[in-house]
Design a binder for this molecule. Structure first.
Ligand code: BGC
Ligand code: NOJ
Length: 809
């Protein structure tokens, strides 16, 4: 069942009824000011850091789920409604929500009054615009009252939720004309505040929540709206809000437009101590002037659209399969960008409070965006590297505001260092900017280093931390956060979370071994490019050692083992009763090249298909854990079929897709791709539940009662990895250090496809033909009519357009 449809021309998903199976959200803003917005106008805003600079309040675990947002109410003759359906939920005659790239447009019509609200964050501005167009579609004059509503958060989102004894006395506002300022904490910090304004005269306002709502009313029946009369309340403590009221007459057919603006002002330096808490409004006035009429708003909106157009233009696909095209050309790239911006911090599944930017997460996110915003990728790599320790290990997370490592979580995830090699290599391949490696970026202890030293430290961390089987020590966990082999308690009744890492743990990860041999060739090539032959040779020896260790100690009967636990027992083996086959090492060991010659890869991938494949994707482990295994950590704390305990982790399905392309099985790779790609799941939205335009981290697995139901949409490494799998390995167009590689592995029945790829300033128009209906193999490539040798398009960097004709066979 569908709840809307894709409009590819506008690059929108159009939701046609408000009661979607879960709130279907969108993200506004992509630099500093962000806003989450659901299809019924729920959500919240923040500046840079959802935890420390929360602009509006949101309540989690609410009933109903999505309560609190950017609400508007219309009132006429004692009756009132919300044009976004929620929160009043009066049935609308027409409803539509168009989620586009960086904006949403929600339209609701009631009793011939049509209201369209365009929500967006203009480029490079710390504010969001809500432009309401209210039109009288009836043939008589109408008298309406419009009420706006947002609720301020007292900045620190955790404190806001917990420290009422203080918060209820700190709230301060100021009203000046149509502008409501929120200046709580200005008294002490003197550098930031927010405001909510409208480009019109107002007839009333409210800033005190209880005065607006009534103490016993919910969002669906604010007292002020019920009475059709603002109370002009001034908040002193308690919960500051901002609401305007505007009375209007609309002639038959008349339309009026109102521009509401929610802005955040940061004065660079704290103002001088000035006891009365008087805010400096200069910047606010400027920001208001920037968007105070329709012309300016139209222009800003066009700029936003153009900016997305040009970002996406770097990779455009025409395959003849509209679902695939919209995934690759629009939505997957969009999700990669949002995920890159926010890491795993703020979504409808992440509170925005507990997690900052992940070291592993953010490095992986780079592979999804580096072709669009290489300069920003560059900065992110430096920020990440700066949180690395001298021995190569890294803070698992850092805070976006101060860019400091998070001490509460610390380090000890032994896969973390390797992701920096992936992230940096992706950047270098995209840009050819090898000079970047000489960029100074100190280690966390302040010791001077250049970026290349960080890569070396990453690589050597794995080498220096190997266990009894010469495989990498797992530490607290590797990619699988829930396989915690080194940090459980021996005491009955205590959980795995009680102890931090057992210092003496020798638990080892075959997955990290697989990652090591997968990313090592890039590291080695980087050494070579720098003329570090000796280092490169040494590294190659370590790779051979690791490959030997995998072959000797990392292979089970028909697949790769997952790990050795604290006691040296195998994990992910036929010897285990539960948890025999894990997905992660299968993908990585094959990507690292093991088993490609001797048929092992094929056997392994057949086992994967046989044991892990379901209608909705590949489960993470089989059989799932039915009983609790404290020595394995968090994994078996989940009921069978959920999350890491045999859920379908969309994040690691692409590793198998890539492995399939490495053995040339394009049909299988693409089948796995389609199973989890959201556009292909649109028709079963009632089962899948989360947005049909973005990936979710996890779909309930075979053993779950709700098999097929997705959770944790938006912020997940799934976005970047699926983008890599489809664009780089299935369509096979991937940036390499010295050019653009063309190496498709597609379903045999495809006749071909076309890709526009902007690479190092040149436009490559690539036409792949598949006359013999093969999956893999490139017979001939012509660049601008001239045949080239091999399948690497050279770097021209002439800023020109090049026609590439590829014949498979
Ligand atoms: C989840 C993981 C997540 C981790 C980190 C675990 O409970 O299952 O998917 O990465 O928490 O917060
Ligand atoms: C989510 C985390 O963000 C990611 O880093 C991790 O690898 C997966 N969970 C699997 O546990």
């Amino acid at each position: 069942m569908k709840f809307g449809y894709f409009n590819d021309e506008n690059k929108e998903y159009v939701i046609t009824r408000p009661d979607t199976p879960y709130p279907w959200i969108n993200y506004l803003g992509s630099q500093a000011y962000f806003s989450l917005l659901s299809n019924t106008a729920g959500g919240y805003s923040f500046y840079k850091d959802a935890s420390k600079l929360r602009i509006t309040r949101y309540r989690y675990n609410n009933i109903p789920h999505d309560v609190g947002g950017k609400y508007y109410y219309l009132f006429e003759d004692g009756e009132y409604w919300s044009p976004t359906w929620a929160p009043v939920k009066r049935e609308l005659d027409k409803y539509e929500c168009r989620h586009g790239l960086g904006y949403s447009k929600i339209t609701g019509e009631y009793n011939d009054i049509n209201t369209e609200i365009l929500y967006f964050v203009p480029e490079n501005a710390n504010c969001e615009i809500h432009r309401l167009k209210i039109k009288n579609n009836s043939n008589r004059k109408r008298s309406l009252k419009l009420f706006s509503f947002i609720e301020f958060c007292l900045w620190n989102a955790f404190d806001d939720m917990t420290n009422f004894q203080r918060n209820f006395s700190t709230g301060e506002v100021e009203v000046e004309g149509a502008t409501i300022y929120h200046k709580t904490e200005y008294r002490e910090r003197r550098n930031h505040y927010a405001f909510f304004t409208v480009n019109s005269e107002i007839d009333g306002f409210d800033t005190d929540r209880e005065s607006f709502m009534g103490l016993y009313n919910g969002f669906h029946e604010p007292a002020v709206v019920k009475n059709g009369q603002s109370s002009n309340s001034l908040a002193n403590g308690w919960s500051p809000i901002a609401s305007h009221s505007i009375n209007m007459d609309l002639e038959a057919g008349e339309e009026k437009s109102f521009i509401f603006q929610l802005g955040f002002i940061e004065n660079k330096k704290a103002e001088k101590w000035s006891a009365p808490g008087i805010i400096n409004k200069t910047k606010a006035y400027q920001l208001m002037r920037d968007f105070d009429n329709d012309k300016k708003v139209d222009k800003a909106f066009r700029e936003l659209k153009d900016s997305w157009e040009s970002l996406l233009d770097n990779y455009q696909l025409k395959s003849g399969d509209e679902k695939l095209d919209r995934m690759v050309s629009i939505w997957n790239q969009y999700q990669c960008m949002v995920t890159y911006n926010l890491s795993r911090s703020a979504s409808y599944f992440e509170s925005g409070i507990s997690r900052g930017m992940g070291f592993r997460d953010s490095n992986q996110d780079l592979i999804g965006i580096v072709h669009m915003i290489p300069e920003r990728a560059r900065q992110r790599i430096l920020d990440l590297a700066a949180t690395q320790f001298e021995d190569g290990s890294a803070y698992h997370q850092f805070e976006p505001l101060n860019k400091k490592g998070n001490d509460a979580i610390g380090s000890g995830f032994n896969d973390d260092p390797l992701w920096l090699i992936l992230g940096t290599a992706s950047y270098l391949k995209e840009t050819g900017d090898f000079d970047f490696l000489n960029q100074k970026v100190p280690f966390n202890n302040g010791k001077e280093a250049v970026l290349f030293d960080h890569l070396k430290a990453s690589f050597m961390y794995i080498v220096n931390n190997r266990g009894p089987h010469d495989l990498p020590l797992i530490g607290h966990a590797d990619w699988n956060d829930c396989l915690n082999l080194s940090c459980f308690s021996d005491k009955p009744g205590e959980s795995f979370q009680v102890l931090s890492n057992k210092e003496d743990s020798q638990a080892e990860s075959v997955m990290i071994a697989g990652m090591f041999i997968t990313f090592a060739p890039d590291y080695i090539e980087i050494c070579r490019q720098r003329g570090e032959e000796e280092l490169a040779r040494e590294a190659q020896n370590y790779v051979e050692e690791m490959k030997e260790a995998i072959k000797k100690h990392g292979v089970d009967e028909n697949w790769f083992l997952r790990a050795y636990d604290y006691y040296g027992k195998k994990v992910g083996s036929v010897e285990n009763e539960e948890g025999q086959l894990y997905i992660e090492p299968q993908g990585f060991c094959i990507m690292g090249g093991i088993g490609l010659e001797d048929g092992l890869a094929r056997t392994v991938l057949d086992s994967v298909k046989d044991r892990l494949d379901t209608d909705y994707g590949l489960v993470l482990v089989d059989p799932t854990y039915k009983s609790y295994h404290i020595e394995l950590g968090e994994i078996s704390s989940y009921p069978p079929g959920y999350k890491e305990n045999g859920g379908i982790f969309c994040h690691n399905n692409p590793w198998i897709m890539i492995a399939e392309t490495m053995i040339g099985r394009g049909d299988q790779a693409f089948e796995y791709y389609k199973k989890i790609a959201p556009a292909y799941l649109e028709e079963i939205s009632e089962v899948h539940k989360t947005e049909p335009y973005v990936y979710a981290q996890m779909i309930a697995g075979r053993d779950a009662a709700t098999h097929g139901e997705a959770k944790n949409s938006w912020l997940t490494g799934t976005a970047a990895w699926n983008f890599a799998a489809i664009t780089q390995w299935i369509l096979g167009i991937r940036a390499d250090f010295n050019g653009l590689k063309i190496d498709p592995c597609i379903p045999k029945n495809w006749d071909g496809f076309e890709v526009k790829r902007v690479f190092r300033g040149d436009i490559f128009k690539i036409k792949v033909n598949n006359p013999e209906h093969v999956s893999k193999g490139v017979r001939e490539i012509k660049v601008d009519g001239t045949r080239i040798n091999g399948n690497l398009l050279p770097v021209y960097q002439d800023g020109g357009e090049h026609d590439i004709e590829v014949i498979m066979g």
